[in-house]
Design a protein around this ligand. Structure first.
Ligand code: DOR
Ligand code: ZN
Ligand code: ZN
Length: 412
């Protein structure tokens, strides 16, 4: 699966099943042109885009509108997630080729953010109805597990205390209530036979990894993702609110690296969350006012290559995490490996080079990166999409966007 070519390493193009390219409705943050350029330059050749747009993708009509809106604008291949609130619409969205259904257990914690409210599925009856509908059609459900009540309570507490400690906010996202929410999701999956995928499993106490492992042992079809746990609490001195909520105590970061290596976490996905610096800066006075997340699709592979060269992962484990496993989740036939019959989506890596992340050279409209200035071992040299070189040396090559809309075909 991994071929060493004269000192270079050839990897299968990365498949990122969790990005937010913001169309329609938030084009001032990102669109498929800018988001996919970032993907291509970073070695990601397929993305699956989340439904928390404005309006959110919760009906067949909206799914079709989004599909038509972005057609011809993506530099990499792409699939689309459907939002799981209206059970009556799920079959039609699956019929249109949704890679799966996304469910949010949280609601918006920001006044200017009406869209996750409309997308949330907090009660158990709705959750189970969504799971049953998806199980019937063999559609996976990705879940944003959260403890909404605690998020709200903590926000009030921090506000009242006037705290400006970004560490507390990061930690608050991973309160114990998240474990109860996760247990509820896993029980619903067990009862309905639905295939579930736990989004950003690192936004939970580390004990979540044991719950997921136990469910898997008892036959629940569950997978888990996280991004490279490369942001540490120490970085918050420099990043402040820009690091919320994905900065970890060093020991937790080590646990997630180990979980990525040993299979407790099945795949890497970035949760590429492009927010403008101005939007994030709203959190300087009120940390909860800052939207969560950071742009990560262009830096994920460089960070993982660095991790391989530091001995945290093997090359083949990297390929499984970034390509084979996510392609399997999305049912993306043609993706996931370098072998006969697959698309020639390839990434050339130079393990002898070094990379210094330069936010000014990245392609997301966000215009910033929490990893700005970070020095990494190795470099992504070139990206090929279906045999054509689309990016080299961190820049797009000339040519019309060649990304295709993918629908699930080879679901394992
Ligand atoms: O960090 C996140 N950012 N988590 C989400 O669920 C939403 C996302 C976004 O859209 O920015
Ligand atoms: Zn999420
Ligand atoms: Zn997300």
């Amino acid at each position: 699966e991994v071929v060493d070519v004269r000192g270079r390493v050839l990897l299968p193009g990365a498949v990122d099943v969790h990005v937010h390219f913001r169309q329609p409705g938030f084009e001032h943050k990102e669109d498929f042109g800018t988001g996919s350029a970032a993907a291509a330059c970073g070695g990601v050749t397929t993305v699956c885009d989340m439904p928390n747009t404005h309006p959110p993708v919760t009906s067949a009509g909206r799914f079709r509108a989004k599909r038509d809106l972005v057609r011809g604008t993506s530099h990499v291949d792409y699939g689309l997630w459907a939002g799981g609130t209206d059970v009556a619409e799920l079959a039609a969205m699956a019929g249109l080729g949704a890679v799966g259904v996304k469910v949010y257990l949280n609601r918006s914690h920001r006044d200017d953010d009406p869209y996750t409210d409309e997308l949330s599925t907090p009660d158990d009856d709705t959750l189970r109805a969504v799971f049953r509908a998806c199980a019937e059609r063999a559609v996976p459900v990705a879940v944003h597990v959260a403890d909404h009540e605690r998020e709200v309570a903590l926000r009030a507490e921090l506000r009242a205390a006037g705290t400006a400690d970004a560490r507390l906010v990061c930690r608050s996202y991973r309160g114990d209530g998240v474990l109860a929410a996760l247990a509820r999701v896993l029980a619903a999956a067990a009862d309905t036979g639905c295939r579930v995928h736990i989004a950003h499993a690192s936004l939970a106490p580390v004990a979540a990894l044991d719950l997921i492992a136990a469910a898997r042992r008892s036959g629940v079809r569950v997978t888990a993702e996280c991004g490279p746990p490369a942001l540490l609490e120490d970085d918050l001195a420099r990043l402040g609110v820009l690091g919320v909520p994905f900065a970890f105590p060093a020991s937790e970061a080590e646990t997630y690296w180990a979980a990525l290596a040993d299979g407790r976490v099945d795949l890497v996905a970035t949760d590429h969350a492009p927010h403008s610096q101005a939007d994030k800066a709203a959190g300087r006075d009120d940390l909860w006012a800052a939207p969560p997340g950071y742009p990560g699709v262009e830096t994920v592979l460089p960070l993982l290559v660095d991790a391989v060269l530091a001995g945290r992962l093997s090359w083949s484990r990297l390929a499984a995490l970034t390509s084979a496993a996510p392609a399997r989740l999305g049912g993306l036939a043609g993706k996931g490996a370098i072998e006969r019959g697959r698309d020639a989506d390839l990434v050339v890596v130079d393990p002898a080079a070094t990379t210094t992340v330069d936010a000014a050279r990245l392609h997301s409209r966000a215009g910033w990166s929490p990893f700005d200035g970070r020095r990494l071992a190795g470099a992504v040299v070139a990206t090929y999409l279906r045999g054509r070189e689309i990016a080299r040396g961190g820049e797009l090559l000339p040519g019309a966007p060649a990304g295709r809309f993918l629908t699930p075909g080879g679901r394992a």
